[in-house]
Design a protein around this ligand. Structure first.
Ligand code: 5GP
Ligand code: ZN
Length: 114
């Protein structure tokens, strides 16, 4: 855990968020400023700033989890598809420097959002 990292605090339950899934390694929350209804974030409980510093043992669990979460969100929201997005570095749009994966349900009515 990194002392001043907001996603460390959310992932480990110190700051509340709308949790839709949790296990030993991850918390999945709803984004505070959703691009579309059901926009979720996969947060590892361990701190890694980005793709390049996250532990590989955690990283290899990310896509299988993203697949399960995306499927469940699409079923719950009626979305027809989804974007799975992961930003690295400020120039790439990363604003929170704790690795996370966006799951953005798509309904076919919203135009280009990513
Ligand atoms: P990034 O731009 O770093 O890829 O994405 C950061 C995301 O985290 C943004 O979509 C932003 O809305 C979301 N976010 C930032 N702070 C909070 C927070 O305190 N709670 C929640 N639920 N989402 C947050
Ligand atoms: Zn962190």
């Amino acid at each position: 855990m990194s002392a001043d990292c907001i996603f460390c605090k959310i992932a480990n339950g110190e700051i509340p968020a709308k949790t839709i899934y949790e296990d030993a390694d991850f918390r999945v929350i709803l984004d505070i400023a959703p691009g579309t209804p059901g926009h979720a974030l996969i947060l590892p409980k361990s701190h890694g700033e980005d793709l390049f510093s996250l532990d590989d043992a955690v990283l290899q669990k990310v896509f299988p989890l993203a697949k399960r979460v995306a499927k469940a969100i699409m079923k719950a929201t009626g979305a027809k598809g989804c974007n799975i997005v992961q930003n690295n570095g400020e120039v790439a749009g990363q604003t929170v420097h704790h690795f996370h994966v966006h799951i953005i349900p798509r309904f076919g009515t919203e135009g280009n959002i990513v």
